[in-house]
Design a protein around this ligand. Sequence first.
Ligand code: ARG
Length: 611
Amino acid sequence: MFEKELKQIESQIAAFLAAQGIEAPEFKWQPVPFHGEWGMGISLFAAAAAEVRRKGLSTPIPQRAQELALALKDLLGHPAGFQRVEALNGYLNLYFSTAEYARRVIESVLEQGEHFGRGAPKGERVMVEYAQPNTHHSFHIGHYRNAILGEVLARLLEFAGFETLRASYPGDIGLGVITVLWIYDKFYRGQEPEGIHERGQWLLKLYVEATALLEPKENETPEERARREAYEAERREMYRRWDAGDPYVRELWLKTRQWSLEELRDILRILDIHIDVWFYESEVDEPAKQIVQELIALGIAEDERPQGGPVIVRIDEKLGLKKEKYRTAVILRSDGTTLYLTKDLALAKEKFEKYGVDRSIYVVDVRQSLHFQQVFKILELWGFKQAEKCYHLGYGFVSLPEGAMSARRGRVVLFKDVYDEAVSRVLDTIAEKNPQLPIERRQEVAEAIGLGALAYAMLSVDNNKDIVFNMEEALSFEGHTGPYLQNAHVRATSILRKAFNLETLQGHSLVSLLPAATFDYSLTAHEIELVNLLSRFPNVVQQAAQEYRPLVMANYAWELANAFHSFYHAVPVLQAEEESLRRARLRLVAATRQVLANALRLLDIRAPEVM
Ligand code: ARG
């Protein structure tokens, strides 16, 4: 924001150092830790060290650095745009004039609008894989945590400057899927419930019912046992026919798979998630078999089939590790079938080769962490340089206060149920607290707030930690909640609407409405805090993206909302004592609203005008 001024000062420093016969090192301005005033500083240690070495001085380097800093301070005097210059512990620090700093920060936010905080293109393509539940099962609240984490990570990476591809990889084959096909074919052939969600959820009910029939019971009678074994044989036969490509079974499979995928797509629509590439587990099975051959030929895998064993990769041994870390992975069973791991090798290859991915992120349950370490190490052994830029973003369980979920028992909390419940509770709150809101707008607002509450409840917890989801808390307007953040945006909007006498800000350009202003009055601590947070936003974007941590942005958004709520209660805007203050504060409110909106968008939370 002060690039021009800083460049100018840099050249003064370089000239000074050159005159002293010191080779000018590369300058790296660093923000001075914020204590109520903003500044940038540079270290003179490198210059001092170069000089001491070159001239063979006996002065200790820290002392010489401080001498240089003092000399430069004298030389610079009072540069324009700056409040003061300081030489401290070998650093030269320049403090910006507060008024000028505030003006520039607010200016850039308002000018850049929704693009404020966007990073320059990094020239790197990243793929984020998420929203990849198994089919023939229903979308539960754990899948929701996965979807929202992945989507927010994708938004952060994209905004930070990566070319970003969103991918899904539903598990559409396996014993669970076959179990559902078996029971459907045996007892429910031809049936099809109405409604996308009802139909998808029904498959989960079938799965639970089938599991109960196929599991050995205590004190089983001989008849029960015989019946169970017969069912088991039928299921095995179903799998064999699927494998052999039996047209009847394949058609049944595709039809029911479609029911699940339609349910999934509708949920992604609700969540405003747009997947670019769909991979399916069933489609990488054949390529996976080829890869096993290739890895054997390369000497990476060992074929123990002649001895009746599987094909394995002794990962630790191949990496030359003495201690057990990645262990030995089976990549082909002795009966010639592939494993989850084998398919992940084929999938990764396709991501790298067909989609040109440089960096590959997998958002998957934390319990699969060993699995992904093995995948990444085998990719490395195989020679893919992208392996070091593969990352597994693991996340913990989601449960309800009443207990954990169990799909086998049918004890799952479906996302759709939680969502419907959240929306209906928000509708009740609106009816009670904001009855002026026209009926026809309530549904839309309730969906925005309900979803915001759910999203923030997931995003505000470190991904490694388990979540006990509490609806009551999530929907509260106080504390670390989505509605608390959204309400800051609503309040900022309402101030601006009143200021310009508008029904809505939509379709209006705030930049042209806002009067010009200066900030050369004594800013309150609340205003300084807001300006400081606004100026930090671009760095927060980079940090969250680089660390793959949506939580960094979730925390920032809360801090900004919290600072705005405090400002709102303490500092008059429309009622400000003077017109010049009113103008300045209106610009500050508009800039804060903009950054709140940008942060919320990255968190996949809608920023409503009213609530
Ligand atoms: N479908 C799998 C599951 O529900 C997740 C897939 C994770 N992605 C991967 N590349 N293995 O557990």
